[in-house]
Design a protein around this ligand. Structure first.
Ligand code: FAD
Length: 512
């Protein structure tokens, strides 16, 4: 067993630099006994350059890294994301009935001593037509008014509403790189051409054209979809999820705003179409818009028509960037002296922005479980168990958006409700939630990326039915609940008045 003194991270995208920063911050790079952390990246192979939506965990990550919020907002064209607006997921646009719902990041309101609101919402105490997310939090009202989640006087990463960000992926990787280097991370430019293994099957070295052979005690594979180390060299099997989540292509465009002071949406807009869905993300100077679709259910020409019809005239002179997606994850993320972080470890389509969240988890785990003495085996087992479960739970959460649809207008949606495409765990949970709402005890919090409230917002946004008629007696606080719902509405109005518009918040933070 050799102590780990040298860590080589191969790849300089979000995964590589975020892992480098996390390791540098938690292990230190300068003093006696500290670890040398090096990022080697190819100048010929770019980063994927998409990945503009995040989850609120990103605030903790940026704060741990020691990046101040105004610098981040300024340098990454960042804006504030308060949730996701889902359009046409329940039914097609021409069907009667409401076709939108919101997944906010703020938890349902629950004051000390107050009733838990969800059962009372199910029993109709918020009114007949109020959506759960609108009845239980103020966030929808704030975001619909295009106001931001925080006041300028709030401290870094703090706000009245829970929030994440939208940002420019290329600028984000550059900021992370500059910051990690300021923490003492070494940076080398070279393309890994070959990986050599020792007699035990561990990585002995990586061989580059520019710098020759590079050795380390621990190798982190952040080479994106190429998975040069964990996949090609070590052969960790790839667990495909294409039988459950069908999208496998994306077209992306960067769309300018009509005017420099156009309002910026403070949520991602996810609109369902005939064979997939579009993301629409408002950054400071442009929108990032893309169509993720299934090649089994449409072709590339039709997909481009759908994307262009969604964007309209603003994309007349734009050419989309095309990407192929291979959805799934490594069955084993850590083998001997090699750990996969980022796309090399897996990718579960962009819905609900799990990509960067899973990088944060892996970087966090690696840093805090770091086997400095070289005893990697137990840590690897723990890491593998943890990451696999996280991936499985994210797949179920994402699949829930699709399989609860009432759309039958295209084969893509009909196939998504086919029981054979839904995991046993998700089917079992949905069956339990027919007679009681999801409870926090349904979830092992540390293994979940999405909190119970996210499951609840999506479940009931998709018009899932939980029948509590048999259990009315268990909910005696009807009047209290009615008052809570009324108070949330009143406070929502005040919150809109108190919080700056989203664009004003962004401009002022940029100017700091
Ligand atoms: C269409 C799409 C939309 C997405 N949207 C979101 C989103 O909204 N939110 C979200 O959280 N995630 C999203 N993701 C996922 C997100 O883009 C990635 O998780 C994130 O960018 C991390 O990528 P990465 O660093 O693993 O890989 P990459 O960005 O591909 O970086 C790979 C790095 O490895 C280097 N490299 C590769 N091979 C070699 C070699 N042989 N030698 C040396 N260096 C090498 C490259 O130079 C590069 O620096 C999306 C992904 C796709 C495809």
């Amino acid at each position: 067993m050799t102590a780990i003194k040298n860590v080589l991270i191969v790849g300089g995208g979000t995964a590589g630099w975020l892992t480098a920063g996390f390791l540098a911050r938690t292990l230190g790079t300068g003093g006696h006994g500290s670890v040398v952390i090096t990022v080697v990246e190819s100048s010929d192979i770019g980063i994927i350059g998409v990945g503009e939506g995040t989850f609120p965990s990103i605030r903790g990550t940026l704060s741990t890294l020691g990046i101040d919020e105004a610098t981040f907002v300024r340098e990454c064209s960042a804006t504030f994301k308060q949730g996701i607006q889902f359009v046409d997921w329940v039914r097609p646009p021409d069907a009667p009935g409401k076709s939108e719902y919101f997944h906010p990041f703020s938890q349902p309101s629950q004051r000390p001593g107050g009733p838990e609101l969800l059962p009372y919402w199910l029993l109709g105490m918020a009114g007949k037509d109020a959506a759960f997310a609108e009845a239980a939090t103020m966030q929808k009202r704030v975001a619909d008014a295009r106001h931001g989640p925080k006041r300028l006087t709030d401290g870094d990463y703090l706000g009245a509403m829970n929030y994440a960000y939208h940002f420019d992926a290329g600028k984000f990787a550059s900021l992370l790189a500059r910051h990690a280097k300021s923490l003492g991370v070494q940076h080398r430019i070279a393309t890994v051409e070959r990986v050599t293994l020792d007699a035990s099957g561990a990585i002995a070295a990586v061989v580059t054209a520019e710098l020759g052979t590079l050795h380390a005690d621990l190798y982190v594979d952040c080479t994106g979809f190429r998975a040069e180390l964990i996949g090609k060299a070590l052969g960790s099997p790839f667990h495909s999820i294409k039988d459950s989540l069908f999208v496998d292509r994306a077209l992306a465009m960067q769309v300018p705003y009509p005017t420099a002071d156009a309002p910026i949406a403070s949520y991602t807009i996810s609109t369902a179409h005939e064979a997939g869905w579009t993301w629409d993300i408002g950054l400071q100077e442009r929108r990032g818009v893309g169509y993720v679709y299934s090649s089994q259910h449409t072709d590339d020409t039709r997909a481009e028509e759908v994307l262009r019809a969604y964007i309209g005239q603003a994309c007349a002179d734009l050419t989309p960037r095309a990407l192929k997606l291979d959805l799934g994850y490594r069955e084993v993320h850590w083998i001997k002296n090699c750990v996969a972080v980022g796309l090399s470890g897996g990718f579960i389509e962009p819905l609900e922005a799990s990509g960067i969240g899973l990088i944060e988890t892996a970087a966090y785990l690696l840093s805090f479980l770091f086997p400095a003495d070289g005893n990697t085996e137990p840590v690897a087992r723990h890491f593998n168990h943890f990451m696999r479960q996280r991936y499985e739970r994210v797949v179920d959460f994402v699949k829930m958006h699709y399989c609860l649809t009432q759309r039958t207008d295209h084969a893509f949606w009909r196939d998504n409700t086919n029981a054979s495409s839904i995991s046993d765990t998700l089917r079992e949970q949905l069956s339990m939630w027919r007679c009681r709402p999801p409870h926090r005890l349904d979830f092992v919090t540390d293994l979940e990326m999405y909190p119970p409230s996210s499951w609840q917002y999506v479940l009931y946004g998709m018009e899932f039915k939980t029948d509590l008629s048999h259990a009315r007696g268990a909910y005696p606080r009807m009047d209290d609940a009615r008052k809570e719902f009324a108070m949330i509405q009143a406070m929502g109005q005040r919150a809109v008045a108190d919080l700056p518009t989203h664009r004003a918040l962004v401009e002022k933070m940029r100017a700091r």
